[in-house]
Design a protein around this ligand. Sequence first.
Ligand SMILES: [Mg+2]
Length: 350
Amino acid sequence: MTKIMTTDLQDKYIGTLIGCASGDALGMPIEGWKRTQIKRYVGRVTQFMDPVIIKDDRTGLRFLKDEDGPLKCYTEDLVSGEFTDDTILTVALAESIVACSGLDIFDVGARQLGAYEAQRQPDGSVKGGFGRTTHQGIENLRRGISPLESGVIGGPGNAPAMKISPIGLYMHARGKYDEGLVFAEQVGRITHLDPRSLAGGVVQAHGVYSVLQGISRDDFVHSLADVCLRYEKLVTPEFPLYQRGSLLSRLEWIREHQNVSAQEAHEELRSSSEAFCSHAFALFMFQKYWDDPIEGMIETVNYGGDCDTTGAIFGALCGAKYGMIFPEKWVNGLLEKDKLIKLGEQMYQL
Ligand SMILES: [Mg+2]
């Protein structure tokens, strides 16, 4: 078990960004795989790796699926310790807050577009595993549409939650809780219009803020549903998968089932990229492993699904709560470690 130390506040700001990047890089090689597939081909993921591509020993041909389903690879052009869209957009948001010394949606939009375009390859593709709805929203920005109107109705993805942790840091640094929640929703709206995605961003910003404030486990679990209730708009039939329900219903489930096993929670919540699955599952796991966060983070990633994002969401919360408790191998293995540490220091100076 990893030793938990008391750390100062700046360490927690840095830890939030390093945690996001570490969880992201941990899940990156096996994003989209099922738990059984991870076990079969990798064992247990505890360290960063290059993307895993499974080939037939005899023919050298790639396996695109097995008896448990597809064996996707969203990030085969990345290497060990490299992070994906989750952290790329988190960094863009943190850089905006630092540069503006506050919250400016137009600057955030410009920087998200810039970060996205920086990943564009000579063949026109964009590296980093960006989701479809994010592609569409950012494409709207590229066409000159305002970040206030660029969002689209797409899948109810978890992208607003995965990139929002710097808003939680801002809320804490400046003591501007309500302003931060409103802005978290606006940032989500740059790409997503689904109420569950937007509420996810708000809930995650609240989560980061509240663990920095030293909230107890029970209060944390209750507060997630309370905040979601205030911010999640009605999920009407114009939204894909509307019949699958709200993020609120999932957070209420967690409140009622705080102590069930991780496996039971995964059977109920799942870890696909929908906000009401993967975000809810990452939040369940964070509260479940409240006192053993590194084990919890590894376990969360090894449940598979959208596991770079469940890792990033868990890791940001873990860093905000405990600071830089991450294994040295992770921190030193991150390709952009120094940039993230500097950014954490700058966020703290706000
Ligand atoms: Mg990703």
